[in-house]
Design a protein around this ligand. Structure first.
Ligand code: FES
Length: 195
């Protein structure tokens, strides 16, 4: 026969309720981190190796998919806004009656093809069935880089659609990002060549 000690049971229940009441009366002491996303971004940035080219938007603090100026203000916000403005004028947005064609020699493929000025070089090379290198296809890495070997600045031959990776010296050496490069003249290119 089980005997129930009602005094002990009552005391236990009362103490439990008391502890619970005190716990909630004092709160948990937990407070939300002020700006957790910034902290995560900084942590991520500190683990990335240094590069000798400008960081793409998705690797920079305050970059990524956030709208211009939403995460950071000041200079960086202004830069993002400028990038947004630049995107508005698409060099591939050419009326049909103004489309021009140029002769481009793909040195490694050993062929010269006719390319239109309203489509990126990478796409037109792929149309030939060539397995050309690429990753982001947005001018934000250097996977698709190639070198125009016709002499002079790459932008004498192609117009980039908002590329963010090559600096002036690299453009002077003829480097281009084929995924966002719209032909503007005849030239020779070595694909798969990064600065
Ligand atoms: S594929 Fe990334 S810049 Fe062209």
């Amino acid at each position: 026969m089980v005997e129930i000690n009602f005094v002990g049971l009552g005391l236990g229940v009362t103490l439990t309720l008391l502890v619970v009441a005190i716990h909630y009366a004092r709160g948990t002491g937990w407070t939300a981190t002020g700006d957790i996303s910034q902290e995560v971004l900084e942590q991520r940035a500190s683990t990335l190796p240094e590069t000798d080219f400008p960081e793409p938007m998705n690797r920079s603090i305050g970059g990524g998919a956030a709208p211009a100026g939403a995460v950071t203000g000041g200079e960086e916000g202004a830069e993002l806004e400028e990038a947004g403005e630049a995107e508005e004028s698409d060099p591939g947005d050419i009326p049909e009656d103004e489309i021009e064609y140029f002769e481009v020699e793909f040195a490694k493929q050993g062929e010269t093809i006719e390319v239109a000025n309203d489509e990126p070089l990478l796409d037109q090379g792929e149309d030939e069935g060539w397995d050309l290198p690429y990753a982001c296809r947005q001018g934000q890495c250097v996977s698709c880089a190639g070198q125009i070997t016709s002499g002079g600045n790459a932008e004498d031959y192609v117009e980039h659609d908002n590329q963010q990776m090559l600096d002036d010296a690299e453009l002077d050496d003829g480097y281009t990002l084929t995924c966002v490069a719209y032909p503007r003249a005849d030239f020779t290119i070595e694909t798969g060549e990064a600065p």
